[in-house]
Design a binder for this molecule. Structure first.
Ligand code: IMP
Ligand code: MG
Length: 184
């Protein structure tokens, strides 16, 4: 299908080879995830923690589909370019103000790739004594050799290509696309 003038305006003229998940498919799955999550937490305080920036669109659609009381906060993790830091402790640029102890924590990520991000954050969050800790990832590439915690909720198994849109970026671009496309 040829891209419309509107979609070319949104990408600044970039044409993607393939739309991997279109807007309707994403929203249908997000609605299902909302129901799964509500059913998984019949009791207790639920804190949905979005990992910025990648999760911001997914999180905002998702929480509106979770029909139970919840609170929202965010995490901003410092990204280390150097491989040597991969096993080091994660540094948070923004740390939730809220107390995690005694709450059900649902960490929301855009995509699980190597798993490094999850592996660091899970250790850090567990140390704060939540009642429970689970992960909801929109996309899972299933390439990680070891995950401290396998995501309990996954939107889609993702192809092993670089994806953009619906929050995911390439050099900070394309986060605003309502669909998910393969960059190459
Ligand atoms: P991990 O630590 O390798 O699992 O990578 C997780 C982070 O890398 C994600 O939260 C994204 O910000 C980024 N990332 C990994 N794969 C992709 C992709 O295909 N497109 C855009 N960002 C990605
Ligand atoms: Mg990114």
């Amino acid at each position: 299908m040829l891209p419309s003038a509107a979609s070319l305006r949104q990408t600044g003229g970039t044409e993607f080879k393939r739309i991997v998940f279109d807007e309707d498919t994403i929203l249908r799955r997000v609605r299902e995830l909302g129901r799964e999550i509500a059913a998984a937490y019949p009791h207790g305080d639920l804190l949905v923690l979005g990992l910025l920036k990648g999760s911001f669109i997914f999180l905002s659609d998702l929480v509106r589909r979770i029909e139970r009381p919840l609170q929202v906060d965010f995490l901003v993790a410092a990204s280390y370019g150097a491989e040597t830091m991969s096993s080091g402790p994660v540094r948070l640029l923004y740390d939730p103000e809220t107390e995690l102890r005694g709450k059900h924590i649902l960490l929301v990520e855009d995509i699980v790739d190597t798993g490094k991000t999850i592996n660091r954050l899970v250790k850090l969050l567990r140390a704060r004594g939540p009642e429970s800790l689970e992960i909801c990832a929109l996309l899972h590439k299933h390439v990680a050799e070891h995950l401290e915690l396998e995501p309990k909720f996954v939107g889609f198994d993702a192809p092993r290509v670089f994806l953009v849109g619906y929050g995911l970026d390439h050099a900070e671009n394309f986060r605003n696309l309502p669909y998910i496309a393969g960059l190459t």
